[in-house]
Each structure stands twice: as C-alpha cells, then as structure tokens.
Design a protein around this ligand. Structure first.
Ligand code: CA
Length: 220
C-alpha cells in the first residue's frame, strides 16, 4: 500500500517515512496541503497521514478537498490537537482515524493495518454489506433501508458499520466512543446519542434499539 504523509515537521516526516518503509509500505512525504493534493493526483496513494497544523492550507481544509476529490482514499489525522471539537471535526469530515501526538509508532502501524484489512474485506464482497434489512455500500458510503440509498457522513458510516459487525450483541457507549471516535477515556459528551439519533433518521428509528443502561444494538 502506498502512503502519503502530509507533515511539515521534517523530523516527524522522516521518522514516519523510514519507519513505515521498514514495515513494507511505500511512502511519499510532503510538507503542506497544496503539495499533498498535487502529489496525490500524480501517484496512486491509497492512504494519507495528515497533520493539521500545516503552513498554508489548514489540515481540516485539506481533508475536505481530499474527501471531495479522492473519496476512496483513507485519511488518518495525526495531530497535536487533542480537543474534542477538533477530533470530531476531523472524524465528521471523513477521516477514518485520529491519533494524537505524541504517538506510539506501533499503534499507528496497527491502525493503518486495520484500515487495510477493512479495505481488503470490502473489496472481496464487492463493497456491499447486507444485514438486518439494510444494504451498506462501503465505497459509496450509502445505506439503503428499503427506500433507496441515503448518503452517510464518515462518522455515521463508521458507527453503522460497527453496529452491523457486532449485530446480535449490545454495544456500550464506551465501546463506541473508543472504536468509532477513538477516545481512550470517557469524555463528558453525548456525541454517541446525537449520532445515533441522526443515523436513525436515515435508516429508520426502529433499526437501532436502545438497551437501557447498556447501550445500543442493531434490531434483528
Ligand atoms: Ca505541523
């Protein structure tokens, strides 16, 4: 897999390039968003590691352009910004993952590999997952509950995909915060409930059941 690193700090860019090449990835590195967008148009990068505090175009704006122009490319944000508002903006903006600096290189590699496995699995089944009367198109990020495909945001897609993969069991808010939002602690936030509410509007209110004091589960 070819990875593009957009990172203006030379030491980090060099560390990522040599480390990821040692793990068998092909890596290009550029110091700003404009160069990143130009490079990606010329190479067949499948994954981007994106810093947010960049000279020129801000990382979140780079993310928006990437999602518009290359919706198939996975984007992992690697940033010193740890506040919830920025993390949510990144995930809602379509990043598939968010890791804060300082970071563990092993964890970064593991998260890239999780993304890689998901891609391989979704390519193998044609990118369409069917469960509980829903048809989820992994590439188009749409869900069809019987009345035609509806577009999902990146976050809604990750949430629904997680519920589908764990259908038959109840998933706690804490597990969702960790698996979908990337939080390692329990932030004082109702983002899960808000996102479930939005998702219900798209897939039908009865598709996602609330299990009192336990969490959520996909209806059978
Ligand atoms: Ca930076």
């Amino acid at each position: 897999m070819r990875i593009l690193v957009i990172e203006d700090e030379p030491r980090i860019a060099q560390f990522l390039s040599s480390g990821l090449e040692g793990e068998g990835f092909s890596v290009d590195a550029v110091p700003d968003g404009e160069a990143g967008l130009a490079r990606i148009a010329r190479t067949n990068a499948e994954f981007v590691i994106l810093d947010l505090a960049l000279p020129g175009m801000d990382g979140l704006d780079v993310l928006e352009r990437l999602r518009q122009e290359h919706p198939d490319i996975g984007v992992l944000i690697l940033s010193a910004r740890r506040d919830i508002a920025t993390r949510l903006a990144g995930l809602r903006g379509g990043a598939c993952d968010y890791l804060t600096k300082p970071f563990s290189f092993d964890e970064l590699v593991e998260r890239i590999r999780i993304h890689q496995r998901a891609r391989t699995a979704s390519a193998a089944d044609g990118g369409v997952v069917q469960a509980a009367g829903l048809v989820l198109d992994v590439h188009a990020r749409t869900v069809d509950g019987g009345t035609g495909p509806v577009q999902l945001t990146g976050l809604e897609f990750r949430l629904l995909d997680y519920l589908i993969r764990h259908r038959g069991s109840t998933v706690s808010r804490q597990r969702l915060l960790s698996a979908v939002w990337g939080f390692s602690h329990q932030p004082n936030t109702n983002v899960v409930d808000v996102s479930v509410r939005r998702l219900r509007q798209k897939v039908g209110a009865d598709r996602i059941e609330t299990v009192r004091a336990a969490g959520y589960r996909l209806a059978d």
